[in-house]
Design a protein around this ligand. Structure first.
Ligand code: R5P
Length: 315
């Protein structure tokens, strides 16, 4: 856990820790319920609805004054709505006198325009982070940000978690022989290297080009994958194009079989079909975004991971 300075500050001598409570945003209420159950923490009732014209309307329906409040809300699709409802929940909680607000945002959306690569582009992640801080969020807990550059988007304390402890046991339980871990592009290399080390497996990389947004082309495989079972490791599957392209390139390079692990199941329409059509056998992800709801996708819950992180920083 990368714990930003001040994120885990304990109460001073003689101070009573504030009572903790959880608010479930509308993105993945099941995950919030699971964390609340593990923590034996009260789940504060809140409604997130829309006015007739589509404008988001939220209401926290309990007294939250003095609480150490955790709002669990990934800013997944529809990203604008989820981001806005998180900001509105924080604003409502702040106005109602909470002691501290932590946004628990396992999947932090608007992360792909993290740096300005060309003139005319925004820094979307920075704007989203500033919106949350402006709304009253004091600190934020995220799971595996899209890129290391993103950390600098946050002016408030940031706690970044890794999903290894919930994903590695599942991969080990597969008992796959001759495993190789594969980064489907250069950006995925660090994470893939981490998995390769923990699984004592060799590492390979696929060189990828992205001629335009949402189109990925796997160019070539760097590393020896012949006869191996390859585990492609990425931060997300959105169109599925990156992992599908890597899978096809690996099979062409002689891989025996291909499996995929991605932290965030963004899963745009058609992604699952694309991954299966490319020959990916096993798909493993987390519930950072609401369950994919297809038995062919294995989900490892991050609820215990969030719960442990939240207990460490509460107080
Ligand atoms: C790199 O751009 C990212 O780490 C992911 O590989 C990418 O966002 C996945 O998107 P898609 O599934 O649309 O290829």
């Amino acid at each position: 856990m990368a714990d930003a300075e001040g994120a885990g500050s304990a109460p001073g001598a003689g101070q009573q820790p504030a009572r903790i409570a959880i608010v479930a945003g509308d993105a993945n209420p099941e995950l919030a319920q699971d964390v609340a159950r593990l923590w034996a923490a009260p789940l504060i009732p809140a409604v997130v609805t829309a006015f007739a014209d589509g404008e988001t309307r939220v209401r926290i329906e309990a007294d939250v004054s003095g609480l150490d409040l955790y709002i669990i809300q990934s800013t997944s699709a529809p990203t604008n709505d989820r981001l806005m409802s998180l900001a509105l929940l924080a604003d409502a909680a702040r106005a109602a006198g909470v002691k501290r607000i932590t946004a628990v945002t396992p999947y932090f959306g608007y992360a792909r325009q993290d740096v300005r690569k060309a003139s005319g582009e925004p820094r979307s992640a920075r704007l989203a982070a500033r919106l949350l801080a402006q709304a009253g969020v004091d600190r934020i807990v995220v799971l595996e940000l899209h890129s290391p550059a993103l950390e600098s988007a946050f002016d408030i304390p940031l706690v970044q978690l890794e999903a290894d402890e919930v994903l590695l046991p599942v991969i080990r339980s597969w008992n796959v022989a001759d495993l190789a871990v594969v980064a489907p592009d250069a950006g995925a290399l660090k994470r893939a290297q981490r998995y390769a080390m923990q699984l004592s497996a060799p590492l390979a990389v696929v060189a990828k080009s992205r001629p335009r947004p949402d189109v990925a082309i796997a160019l070539r495989v760097l590393g020896d994958v012949a006869g191996r079972a390859c585990l492609v490791v990425d931060d997300m599957a959105s169109t599925g194009g990156t992992i599908a392209g890597a899978a096809q390139a690996l099979l062409t390079a002689g891989a025996r079989e291909v499996h995929a692990l991605f932290i965030h199941p963004v899963m745009a329409p058609g992604a699952l079909d694309r991954l299966l059509a490319a020959g990916v056998r096993r798909l493993l992800t987390t519930d950072s975004i609401r369950a994919v709801g297809d038995p062919r996708v294995e989900i490892a819950s991050i609820a215990p991971l969030l719960w442990r992180a939240m207990t460490r920083i509460a107080g």
